[in-house]
Design a protein around this ligand. Structure first.
Ligand code: PSU
Ligand code: MN
Length: 299
């Protein structure tokens, strides 16, 4: 067995030219608490299926990068013990035969190797706020991989203006999905204007096809705002983020642990309302990604 394996159902779907949507596992292992995380992982797969596409959740299982894990593996991921792996962490995880959840960067990389064109997540990583200057490898991987990531923007805990600037510098196309603004994860708007907008899956597919036809091999970020009825109050979010950032600074949390720490702190600060919003936006992204994958497969 090689270091990267594609699950049977996913392989069959890709072989037949059917729509497939990749899903990441860090959001399950480190973004949400058990057992909500397992429920969201399952619901995400179901949402992709409801649109007529095949879900491919990605993780490293005993050192094998697996594109399309089965239900038993999904449960293992949710129960804990999986480290967090970005793209650069994949090879060490393979060499040491460990279990790892894949971030957006690792998932995009593995999915692209498998020939998957569309990927759904909640929010990509980006440039963190403050002087530390921590920048997620999600951005650089997106610049390199020919994949479309559907997300509710970048996580609100980040420095969104600098994240958007970096995406532009790297040549990642950011497409507003029914919006002219970069969505801010728990809320629909950030005040940051986007240059490009599409209003449905067919519109997104047309742009993706044009990018391919031009030979542009970089990634596309479809910025899909959280549904109106699920969005959180902006003041609540701002207060929770400020408290979370303060807590992280006092505890000296940085690096890989920072994003999971902040998400957990925000869940406490919002009385778990952030978890409900996170669930809603992830499932919405899965539905939109499913539709885009179906539109692309129909060409
Ligand atoms: N989206 C969510 N919850 C998450 C993440 C995204 O709704 O937990 C994860 C993604 O896997 C993303 C990662 O790639 O956070 C970014 O981590 P870092 O900032 O350490 O690169
Ligand atoms: Mn980082």
């Amino acid at each position: 067995m090689g270091p990267l394996v594609v699950g049977e159902e996913v392989r069959a779907a890709l072989g037949a030219g059917r729509a497939v949507v990749a899903l990441e596992s860090t959001l399950i292992a480190h973004g949400l608490p058990f057992p909500d995380n397992l429920e969201v992982g399952r619901a995400a797969e179901a949402a992709v299926r409801a649109e007529g596409a095949v879900p491919a959740t990605v993780a490293v299982l005993d050192g094998v990068v697996t594109v399309g894990v089965d239900g038993a593996a999904l449960e293992r991921i949710a129960r804990g013990g999986f480290v967090k792996a970005g793209q650069a962490d994949l090879a060490p995880a393979v060499a040491s035969r460990c279990n790892a959840a894949t971030t957006v960067s690792a998932t995009a990389f593995a999915a692209a190797r498998a020939g998957i064109a569309v990927f759904a997540t909640g929010g990509i990583g980006g440039v963190h706020r403050g002087e530390a200057g921590d920048v997620s490898s999600d951005l650089t991987t997106l610049a390199r991989e020919p994949i479309t990531v559907v997300s509710a923007g970048a996580k609100a805990i980040l420095d969104l203006p600098r994240t958007l600037e970096m995406l532009e510098t790297l040549g990642v196309l950011v497409l507003g999905f029914g919006t002219d603004e970069l969505p801010a994860f728990y809320t629909r708007s950030s005040g940051l204007r986007l240059e490009h907008r599409v209003d449905d899956a067919a519109g997104a597919a047309a742009v993706i096809r044009a990018r391919r036809a031009l030979g542009d091999r970089g990634g596309v970020l479809v910025a899909n705002p959280i549904p109106v009825e699920d969005a959180l109050d902006r003041e609540l979010v701002d207060r929770a983020i400020a408290a979370a950032l303060d807590g992280a600074a006092r505890a000296g949390v940085r690096g890989k642990a920072l994003t999971p720490f902040l998400l957990a702190a925000i869940a406490r600060e919002t009385g778990a309302r952030s978890l409900a919003a996170n669930r809603a936006l992830v499932l919405h992204d899965c539905r939109v990604a499913g539709r885009i994958a179906v539109a692309l497969a129909a060409e």
